[in-house]
Design a protein around this ligand. Structure first.
Ligand SMILES: [Zn+2]
Length: 250
């Protein structure tokens, strides 16, 4: 194989790896935000469950106060009932007693409803707290993984820069210029495998003469359609395919 063609394939592999590393690093702030939003949502669910339980307890205390109030009135009317002089007074007091009893019963029923509701709200709160703890744990693990990945990406970029500089220094200047120009125009992919008579990136069929020349891998040839620099992988040496090959046409 033409030594520069081999270098270009290696260069493309490095550029594609660097591109992927940079894309990963660029996506970090969004991933951070998504993680923060998840933990915030879990905290919010706990806060809401606490508010609902507190509200339930407030309502229940108010109802219990009403029960006490009506019980106070009831015992007052019972005392009065002992002291009434006329039938008419007796009827009036009996009426008040009946009313207070009805009110007490009605408020006690409501207290009972609130107590049952409190059971549900308490288990909802417990579940929200458990969910928050689980989410926190998962996110802590994700954050640690993100930090490790960040370090790996940084290290990989540094390693790539060194390797790239070596390749660039060894490359013919014109060939390097051609690579850079095509790379700029073609979304960072300047090198394409030719397979079965077709450029595997733009999928346009090569002229038979061009394909036959590409098969020899002894010159720097470009795809007529996408201008990418072409190479051919002789079976079974398919393991030499650069990572950049399976890219959509551009
Ligand atoms: Zn092409």
């Amino acid at each position: 194989m033409h030594p520069d063609l081999e270098r270009l394939i290696a260069l493309q592999r490095l550029d594609s790896a660097a591109d992927a590393a940079r894309r990963h690093l660029a996506g970090e702030p969004d991933r951070e935000k998504a993680v923060d939003a998840r933990i915030e949502a879990a905290r919010q669910r706990v806060a809401t469950a606490k508010e609902q339980l507190a509200e339930n307890q407030n309502v229940r205390r108010a109802l219990e106060k009403d029960v006490a109030l009506h019980q106070g009135r009831l015992s007052k009317f019972r005392d009065q009932a002992m002291a009434v002089k006329t039938n008419q007074e007796f009827t009036a007091v009996q009426h008040e007693i009946a009313f207070a009893q009805t009110e007490i019963k009605s408020h006690e029923d409501k207290v009972l409803e609130r107590m049952l509701e409190a059971d549900d709200l308490t288990s909802a709160l417990k579940k929200a707290e458990a969910d928050l703890a689980a989410e926190q744990k998962a996110i802590d693990a994700e954050r640690r993984e993100m930090i490790v990945k960040h370090g790996e990406m940084q290290a990989s970029l540094e390693r790539i820069a060194v390797e790239r500089a070596e390749l660039v220094a060894a490359l013919d200047k014109q060939t390097l210029y051609l690579f850079e120009q095509v790379s700029k125009k073609r979304n960072g992919i300047a090198v394409a495998e030719a397979r079965g008579g077709v450029c595997t990136i733009c999928h346009v069929r090569l002229r038979p003469q061009v394909f036959n020349t590409v098969r020899r891998n002894d010159s720097i040839l470009q795809c007529d359609h996408c201008n990418r620099i072409l190479y051919f992988v002789h079976a079974p040496a398919a393991a030499n395919t650069p990572d950049a090959s399976p890219q959509p046409a551009s």
